[in-house]
Ligand binder design. Sequence first.
Ligand SMILES: *Cc1c(COP(=O)(O)O)cnc(C)c1O
Length: 427
Amino acid sequence: MSDYRIETKCVQGGYTPGNGEPRQIPIIQSTTFKYATGEDMGRLFDLEASGYFYSRLQNPTCDMVAAKICEMEGGSAAMLTSSGQAASFYAVFNIASCGDHVVASSAIYGGTYNLFSVTMKKMGLDFTFVSPDCSEEELEAAFRPNTKAVFGETIANPALTVLDIEKFARAAHAHGVPLIVDNTFATPVNCRPFEWGADIVTHSTTKYMDGHGASLGGCIVDSGKFDWLAHADRFPGLCTPDDSYHGVTYAEKFGLGGAFITKATAQLMRDFGSMASPVSAYLLNLGLESLHVRMPRHCENAQAVAEFLEKHGKVAWVNYPGLPSSPYYGLAKKYMPGGTCGVVSFGIRGGREAASRFMAALKLAAIETHVADARTCCLHPASTTHRQMNDEELAAAGVPGDLVRFSCGLESKEDLIADIAQALERA
Ligand SMILES: *Cc1c(COP(=O)(O)O)cnc(C)c1O
């Protein structure tokens, strides 16, 4: 499947049925798997043979869908998680723990920011947040001797900043650490971060990949390119024996291509258990089958909406990386020549109150804590998802108080623009 184009991988990746087998991915709705002898199962426990024994660690349906996303991203191994939050947590915690430090872009999803700056901080990890627009020198200054990873979002939710993946990868690699990129908004249809030097990719599959607001999920993909053994003293968890798993040394036993995901499965999924359900994986796969058809339409609608808003007198500013007026237009054209995402953010003249009148007047677009859905939805982050942030933090994250996030669905763009026009009149 690896020689095929992204469209073919979306439709047929991850599962090739044999003669007489189901055409659609089978839902293996079973917690456990049967073996003839204790020795047979023992080999699985020792990671000597691959197979399934308990669905908290691995399930065949989930693995087929993970394999499809792995092919779409051009990675070496992948795993599903129960949510995007779990994917972000596992991807970082797999290589950084108490006493370690991570450099992260300040323009990231609010939930990820909270995970890093509050919850993981309580676990003893330290994060330095840098502007995605920082100079190479500012980025350089953020590193410490105990830095274990760099983290950013291809297109930040909701700031819509575009990450200069090559700049962040260069800095990470100069310090012997991997670059982890959350590719949720661009999806592998529009951007494949591994082609630009990223080492690990995460997803909230809840967004465009599912695309229908049907099932929560996450995914971690490893490029298989980061050489853990070349930096063995920095990554003892991958390069020294794991006493909690029969003394296995992941980087030696599973090589560059398999070490990261095997460790995250054998340790983190075993202990934290944020596993995707087989039914959720099945629903996610239905979404993936049309992702390459839906993404261009989301982008076309967003482009039309952004251009309409930019010309409207009641709109103070518009932020969409597909607009030539965007400071990220150049980076977007470089990393995502086929389009960025369906989300547009803008400010309404009259600030917070005008924004709520606008939201209340919308008919097609629903107020939801969601983006990237087939149905258009919108949100005022400062009063909802980002309300735990103070004004300074909001500004640093690129989410000013008057920002409305508008996620263009798959409806007619003429109908969407008409809805926005009548709601602006009443703002
Ligand atoms: C939604 C989102 C997440 C969190 O994903 P959940 O599936 O809601 O847990 C992480 N990153 C980005 C960019 C997101 O948009």
